[in-house]
Design a protein around this ligand. Structure first.
Ligand code: UDX
Length: 451
């Protein structure tokens, strides 16, 4: 099928690339002409595992193209995937102005009927508004627009894997024909018709369970996305309160959450205590969901608490830093990890940056290392010394802070690092190490929820 993708951010690029890999003809556009230029030159503007390979093969095979002319992109596709940003406003409400602007352009530029698919995360009822907007902006013209919601469940860092191995594909539609069109778009993935790029070397994807293709109303589809992400955020905050409790009582949060997770009704994932959740999805989705609930008279207390607990993580970490270091001013502190989680270059709403900001305000001298997050951080905090090599960042440090769960940090040789640090002090915001082992090596070691 011919597909247009509007917005070449994380979601748009992954969606465009994977749909091209699945055999469709994809045209991508973005308001940022520089980004389109990069993509046309074969560069990948974001770090995402396997994305470069698929974009490359799709471009060479003529399955994907990029244009800065949104009209051209709109006219090219039978289905248009809207993948633009929906950032939070000051109030927490989702800012839908980019969606509105795209609707106006679709109405103005389309010459034939289109299936307009919301891929961006939006509050419930956005689809209905989008439908009304398309009708209003096209001022009764002959072109027919149908709207559908198809929320993404792509984790940054494993987005390509997630696209080809979904647990569910949710399509919220107004009419059965739209559901059939979307089923056709996803057929290669639903029927596992090809070996995905992640498993190409292995010959075939491991035979996992088949994805459920769920047809719902548009409102339900939109709600499913917010309800899923908010529930995962809630799970993390729950684990973090358990960690606080473990510290007070003298128990080990890793033991507790591991045992809890073995109950299949609970599950082991998203129970990792530490610095809390960040990124461009969870914090904004939780806020937008609280706001949506309030707008219809529902007080989402439990999510407000989720948010509150998450914010406290930064304060707790700073308390631990103060307790260990006493005076922060003038101390050299090595920050390991800036991205909001491992395997991404994304630093948006990263807990690490909150910690860094506070320490700089207090006059600490910071050195940092992150495999992918330093380019972005440099523009916000130029006063930090950045090192590709974490051992360089740790040289002469009075303390090491671990803020992101990158594998390189998990495998760090602390014997080696300890020899060059001014003080053998590690504050682990992600519970990556075994406390006993760190202490055996002569480190003062602080983490979350472990005695
Ligand atoms: C999320 C959703 O998982 C994905 O389905 C959705 O569509 C987009 O938003 P992402 O933002 O990439 O994906 O991050 P995710 O892997 O979910 O992690 C979110 C945050 O929670 C990270 O900061 C991570 O470090 C933190 N986290 C995660 C914890 O603190 N503890 C955990 O146990 C798990």
């Amino acid at each position: 099928m011919r597909i247009s993708v509007i917005g070449c951010g994380y979601v748009g690029l992954v969606t465009g690339a994977c749909l091209a890999e699945a055999g469709h003809d994809v045209v991508c556009t973005d308001i940022n002409a520089e980004r389109i230029k990069m993509l046309n030159a074969g560069e990948v503007p974001i770090y995402e595992l396997h994305l470069g390979e698929i974009l490359d093969s799709a471009r060479k095979g003529g399955k994907i193209s990029y244009t800065a002319d949104i009209g051209e992109a709109i006219r090219a596709g039978d289905a248009i995937f809207i993948c633009v940003g929906t950032p939070p406003k000051e109030s927490g409400e989702a800012d839908l102005s980019a969606i509105d602007s795209v609707a106006r352009q679709i109405a103005a530029e389309a010459k034939s009927s289109k299936l307009v698919v919301e891929k961006s995360t939006v509050p419930a009822r956005t689809g209905l508004e989008l439908s009304r907007a398309l009708a209003a902006y096209s001022r009764g013209g002959n072109v027919r627009f149908r709207v559908a919601s198809n929320p993404e469940f792509l984790r940054e860092g494993t987005a390509v894997y997630d696209f080809f191995h979904p647990d569910r594909i949710v399509v919220g539609v107004e009419d059965p024909a739209a559901a059939e069109e979307l089923r056709e778009i996803y057929r290669p993935i639903l029927e596992k018709q090809f070996s995905c790029p992640v498993h190409k070397g292995a010959g075939a994807c491991p035979a996992g369970p088949k994805a459920e293709f769920l047809v719902t109303t548009i409102n339900s589809a939109e709600l499913i996305k917010h309800a899923s992400n908010s529930f995962l955020a809630l799970k993390i905050s729950y684990a973090n309160v358990i960690a606080d409790l473990c510290e007070r009582i003298g128990a080990d949060v890793e033991e507790v959450t591991h045992a809890m997770g073995l109950d299949p009704r609970i599950g082991t994932q998203f129970l990792k205590a530490g610095l809390g959740f960040g990124g461009f999805c969870f914090p904004k989705d939780v806020q937008a969901f609280i706001h949506l609930a309030a707008s219809v008279g529902v007080d989402f207390e439990i999510l407000k608490a989720t948010e509150r607990v998450n914010k406290q993580r930064i304060e707790r970490f700073l308390e631990k830093i103060h307790k260990a270091l006493w005076v922060v001013k003038g101390k050299k502190i090595a920050v390991l990890g800036l991205a909001f989680k491992a395997n991404t270059d994304d630093i948006r709403f990263a807990p690490a940056l909150e910690v860094v900001k506070k320490l700089l305000e207090e006059g600490a001298v910071l050195a940092a290392s992150d495999p992918e997050g330093m380019t972005g951080a440099r523009t916000i905090f130029p006063q930090i010394a950045y090192h590709e090599d974490p051992y360089e960042a740790l040289k002469n440090a009075d303390a090491a802070l671990v803020c992101t769960e990158w594998d390189v940090f998990k495998k760090l040789d602390w014997e080696r690092a300890g020899k060059t640090m001014a003080r053998k002090l590690v504050l682990d915001g992600r519970n990556l190490y075994v406390p006993g082992k760190m202490r055996e090596m002569g480190f003062e070691y602080y983490c979350f929820g472990r005695a």
